[in-house]
Design a protein around this ligand. Sequence first.
Ligand SMILES: C[S@@+](CC[C@H](N)C(=O)[O-])C[C@H]1O[C@@H](n2cnc3c(N)ncnc32)[C@H](O)[C@@H]1O
Length: 602
Amino acid sequence: MSLYLEAATILESPQTTSLKAIIYNPSKPFKSPQPKLYALIVETLKFQDILKEVVENSGILKLERKLTPLLSILLTHDLLLTKSGIATSSGPLKDALLRHKARLNAEFTRARLRRGHADIKSLIGAVNAEHSRESEDGVTKTATGLTSFNPRWVRVNALQTTLEDSLSSPTFHAFQEVGSVSDMFFFDVVRKTYYRKAEILPNILAIHPSHDITSSELYKSGKIILQSASSCLPAIMLDPPKGSMVVDGCAAPGNKTTHLAALVGSSGKIFAVERDRRRADILEMMITKAGAEGIVTTLKATDFTTIMEGHPAWQASYILLDPSCSGSGILQRVDWDISKLNLPSSDTTSSHPSKKKRKRDETLPNGSASQPEERETKQLEEEIQDDDTSRERLQSLSDFQVAIILHAFLFPNARRITYSTCSVHAEENEHVVARVLNSEIAKERGWRVQSRDENPLSTWHRRGLVGELSDLKSSLEEQRRVADGCIRVHRTDSLGGGFFVTCFTRQVDDKGQFGGGIGNLDIVPAQEDKSRSQVLGDTTEVENQEWNGLSDEGPNEAVSAVDIADGDPRSGKRQKRKPGKAQQGRTEKTNRQFQKGRKGWS
Ligand SMILES: C[S@@+](CC[C@H](N)C(=O)[O-])C[C@H]1O[C@@H](n2cnc3c(N)ncnc32)[C@H](O)[C@@H]1O
C-alpha cells in the first residue's frame, strides 16, 4: 500500500517545486519505485475529473470509513484504468475498494458514455490529447484567456562551436526552422522544429520544451547552454567589443559571464565577482565547462562594492550588473500542478492521517474558540502584514541594487553598465533607475540611460514604464526617453520569464574624456567602438511585428582557490599601480560624494 500512501502524501504536500523534483529528490527517497510513483500521480491528475465523478456517484466514501477522497481516486484510477489493477496483493484499503468493484465499474461506464466515448480507448485518447495540448507542451492559458508559449531556449556557445555546426550536429540535424515561437506549438504531434531571431538574438534558439537535450553531446561538452532569451538580453545590450575588459559584478551561476566571454573572445578579459562562496564554486564549474577559463578571472567570495582603485578590475570599460532581486518574473516550469487536484466530496470527508487540517470552528491553539469574525480579522491582519513585509523586502532589495549601481558609476574607465533583474516590480526596476540617475555621482560622471536608438535591442516593443519614473528629477520628456531606454519582458512574452534591463552610458569626447549626463537632452551617441551590431532605426515597426511572433522559459540563473588578482589589497601582494596624488584626491572626493549620495537614497 506504500505506493498509494506515498502518492497521497506528495499530493497533500504544499507544492514548492516540480513533481519530478519531489519524486527524484535523492535526499528524501521514497519506498516505492520513482517511475511508478510519478506515473500514478500524473495519470490520476489527468483523469481526476472522471475519477471524482465515479467515486462520488458510487457513494463509497460514506460506506468505507478507511478510504480518504484522495486514496479513493488513486486506487480507483488503477482499478479502472490500468491493465494490472491495484498494485498491491491485499490490505484493508484494497479490500474496501474491491467490495464496490461492480458499482465503480457501472459508474465509470455511465461517466464515459456521458462524455460520448464508446470505449475506454477513445476516452483515454481524448484525455491524453487534451493534456498534451494544455500542459506538457509549455502552452499556458492565463487567467485572462491569453495563450502563451514557453519554449526551451538554447544559447550556442561561440567559444566552442558555431550555430551552423550545432544545427548540423546529430542533436539538431533533423530540426526544421519555423517562423515564430507559436508555430512550434500548433501541431498535434510535437515536431522537431526550432525558431531563431538571428539579427537580435544571435546564437540563440528556441525549441519545443519536450525535447530533452541534456543528454546530448552538445550540452554535455558545453557547446550549448540552456539559458532563457530574457537572461541573454543584458550581455547583448552591454555589447562589449572583442578584446575588451568587462566586470560581471554579481556573477554566479555564470550564465551571463559565459555569454560575455563568448562576446569578448579570447583576446578579452572578464572579472566575474561573486560574494557567495558556494555559488562561486558553481560559477567556476560553469566557466570551465564553457571553455572560458582563459578569459575569465573569478573573484570568489568577493563583494563587488569592495573593488576599488588599485584592483585590476577597476580599469574595466564595461560592467554587467545582475544583482539579487525578488525573482518575481521567474517562470517555474511546473510539470504537474498538484495544487489543482479536484477531490471527490463526501459527508465524511477526512483528510489523510498524516496531515490534519484545522476545521472551520475548531479550537485555536491558544484554547479559544475562533469565531468567524475573529478569523476574518486575523486573516486580514495576516494579509496586511504579508504585504508590509514584501514592501519592506522590496525596499531593502532596491537599496542594495542602488548601492551596486552607484559603486559601478565610480569605475574610472567604464563606458557602459547594464542593470538587470528578473523582477516585475517597479521598485526594483524603474525606481532604481530614477534613484541612481538623481545621484550626484551620475551627474558628476555623466551617466545617463542609453537612448533606445543607440541600443542593440531597440526593436523590442515592451519598454520601461514612464509612470514609474516620476521620481526622476527631470522633464517629462527626459522621463519618457529614459523609459524608452529600458526594456521590460512579460512572463507571457515567450522569452523565458519576466525581466527588466537597461544600459547606462556616458559620452566620450575625441580625447577619450567622459562628459555630459542627465539633463543633457542633446543626446549624442557615444563615440565608442563600432562593434554595435544593430541600430535598426526605422525598421522598428516591422521588427515589432516579428518580435510579437515570440510570445515565452524562466530565466536560468552557476570559483577553487580564491582567485584574487595580484593588485587586490587582500591578495597580500604589493599593488602594481598606485594612484597619483591628483587621482587619489579625485577618488577620495568621489567616494565621499558616493557615501553622501548613498545616505540620501536610503
Ligand atoms: C541574480 S544572481 C546573478 C545571476 C547571474 N548573473 C547569471 O546570469 O547566472 C545574483 C548573484 O549576485 C550575488 N551577489 C549579491 N550581492 C553581491 C555583491 N555585493 N557582490 C558580489 N556578488 C553579489 C549573489 O550571491 C548571486 O549569486
